[in-house]
Design a protein around this ligand. Structure first.
Ligand code: DHE
Length: 584
């Protein structure tokens, strides 16, 4: 096929707008109900499924409140958390979606709410009714529910954390040296999202070493600085700490740090390796610093506070990406809705010092540049990349990424033939890839500017990837509505980026996987330790066949397909060496 030109033209027409259109592919998360928040595209708006499970009472009734029974209120609440809270906020004060507090909803009235839910809006509200996602009774229920005061879900402080904390194997009962012949540095921890498990897969033989039970709709893995402990977090805020030195790697400690969470990280500063772990939650809005050997919670800190620019109070600013500094004993914590980046100094947690940097909103994901000194992170509501100097502890720049909704993952570092070291991000809302100069000393004219814009497959991209030894930049598009695009990956040659409009090659990953059933999406490339092959997940429906596809980075040819009935909904992959060393 005249592949990429055609695909690109189509992709431009089909590029995704946020929130994603509802295209129910029926991918469910574990045993939880299917719906808006569980399809790959729409799952990109947070689905607070765990919060929806909590039993709530109808808050103090006011004259004029609509009639609603306790069981109706409970099911409306569940529906709200699964489908609406990600945009409109847990307390309905608004986030990417509009506020839905009762002063506003009562003013607008039942009919207005009913029609809004049914037909949606050009501003991004999905058409829940006309798309068939909600039936008439459900729309009526949601319209009544929104006229009543929102219930506040319970807090989750130290006593609740301690209740869930378990040390399954005490540090003194753990091996003092590695007891297996696993090449730990070339091991991949693979998220099996809807199974609530991870698979540990050998980077050379492609054998699955073990499958380990984790939290609900498991999200990411991070590794301790020594490479011994693997930390995995589920959306239900359950953290599993896995000891890779044991004869059979297994969970040695566990804790639940909230009701909804997305991020976990470990201390990496020299002298502080493996000392602490940190996790951030969406609900309650807070982070917790834990002991790096046992996960014992040491310090819980709320992120509630003022929005950086308007200086208005925000009751539920979620914690998004967290990264460990290599220059200071600090965790770098993105607080989404207030637009603040916190540098949390863990050298003395009794007298905790936190540097609060005004950045931009809504802070989401990001990673380090190739020198590991600068943290580049997406402020996705404002189309900007905030750059933090982790050595000086200050904001260096806010760079326009000139695309719609930057989504870098941790980004990709390249050595550009003209501009020197650059960091790349793709975008959710269009096909552009922004390259930002990251070398203020060697290339001062290019530093902290978007030096080049590339055009990849289409909107709906989530992750870019490269490796210091690779001449390639890989760009996925898993949320693109077109099946051919979401099944493929675009690859640019780094040494050809000096051309006027660099062209890319399309890798038909799903075709290579040989999966015909379902509409699998190709997501998140991850290199092996040597950097000579890159793995992609072929993410299919829970009951359908999925796979991992291994590509030879030199030849861009298929090297291997990993298939196994245990590989249920594989998404993120974390190579131990690359993750602990921040190589991407
Ligand atoms: Fe993620 C990273 C939040 C949906 C796969 N995701 C992150 C990070 C955040 C985040 C804050 C950065 C963590 C860090 O670095 O500390 N993700 C969210 C959401 O709020 C969102 C949009 C919706 C939700 O309800 O959770 C969401 N994420 C998804 C998915 O649907 C993905 C594609 C598949 C899945 O497994 O759930 C997904 N997110 C990932 C992956 C990373 C990630 C693979 C880590 C990338 C990396 O290279 O580090």
């Amino acid at each position: 096929m005249n592949s990429f030109r055609e695909i690109r033209r189509f992709a431009l027409l089909a590029s995704v707008a946020l929130p994603m259109a509802v295209t129910a592919t029926g991918i469910s998360a574990q045993e939880k109900p299917k719906g808006h928040g569980d399809t790959p595209a729409s799952a990109y708006q947070p689905s607070m499924t765990t919060l929806g499970q909590i039993n709530v009472e109808i808050p103090g009734r006011k004259p004029g409140d609509p009639v609603i029974t306790p069981s109706e209120f409970q099911s409306a609440n569940k529906m709200y958390f699964e489908r609406c809270a990600g945009c409109h906020g847990v307390l309905r004060k608004g986030a990417t979606g509009k506020p839905l507090t009762t002063d506003i909803t009562r003013e607008n009235g039942y009919e207005y709410l009913h029609d809004f839910i049914k037909y949606g809006s050009p501003g991004g509200m999905p058409n829940w009714g006309t798309s068939g996602e909600l039936n008439e009774d459900q729309i009526d229920l949601m319209a009544r529910y929104l006229l009543i005061e929102p219930p506040a879900p319970p807090e989750f402080g130290m006593p609740q954390m301690l209740e869930t904390w378990k040390v399954l194997v005490k540090p003194e009962d753990r091996p003092t040296k590695k007891m297996n012949d696993i090449d730990i540095d070339n091991l991949f921890s693979v998220t099996l999202r809807d199974a609530g498990q991870i698979a540990l897969i050998d980077g050379k033989s492609y054998e699955i070493h073990s499958i380990i039970e984790t939290g609900y709709a498991v999200h990411i893995s991070r590794i301790s600085a020594s490479g011994r402990y693997l930390f995995v977090i589920g959306r239900d805020a359950l953290i599993n700490m896995i000891d890779l030195w044991m004869e059979e790697p297994a969970t040695v400690a566990q804790i639940k740090v909230g009701a909804e969470a997305r991020s976990v990280e470990t201390s990496k500063m020299k002298g502080w390796e493996d000392k602490y772990a940190i996790a951030g939650s969406y609900w309650p809005p807070q982070y917790v610093i834990m002991d790096g050997d046992t996960l014992e919670p040491k310090k819980v800190v709320s992120t509630r506070g003022m929005i950086y620019d308007t200086q208005e109070y925000h009751p539920e600013p979620r914690v998004a990406a967290i990264i460990a500094s290599h220059y200071r004993p600090e965790f770098i914590v993105n607080v989404k809705e207030t637009g603040k980046i916190l540098l949390v100094d863990y050298s003395d947690i009794k007298n905790l010092k936190v540097t609060e940097i005004e950045a931009e909103r809504f802070l989401h994901d990001g990673g380090l540049d190739s020198s590991k000194r600068y943290f580049l992170t997406a402020a996705n509501a404002r189309g900007k990349i905030a750059v933090i100097d982790t050595k000086e502890g200050a904001l260096t720049a806010l760079v326009e990424s000139e695309g719609e909704t930057p989504h870098p993952g941790r980004g990709a570092n390249l050595n550009h033939p003209v501009y020197g070291p650059v960091w790349a991000t793709s975008h959710l809302g269009d096909e552009t890839v922004a390259l930002i100069g990251t070398d203020p000393e060697g290339h001062p004219d290019n530093a902290w500017k978007m030096v080049q814009q590339l055009f990849a497959l289409g909107g709906g991209s989530l992750f870019v990837k490269s490796h210091p030894t690779s001449n390639h930049l890989y760009v996925d598009a898993p949320l693109n509505p077109d099946a051919e695009i979401s099944a493929s990956v675009a690859v640019f040659k780094v040494d050809e980026l000096d051309q006027e409009e660099p062209e890319y090659k399309v890798l038909p990953i799903v075709e290579w996987a040989g999966i015909a059933e379902g509409q699998p999406r190709v997501v998140q490339g991850e290199f092996n330790k040597e950097g000579n092959e890159i793995w992609f997940s072929v993410w299919n429906g829970r009951d359908l066949e999925s796979a991992l596809v291994v590509v030879d980075d030199k030849t861009l040819e298929l090297k291997h397909v990993i298939k196994d009935p245990r590989l249920v909904t594989p998404t993120g992959k974390f190579n131990v060496f690359n993750t602990r060393q921040d190589v991407y």
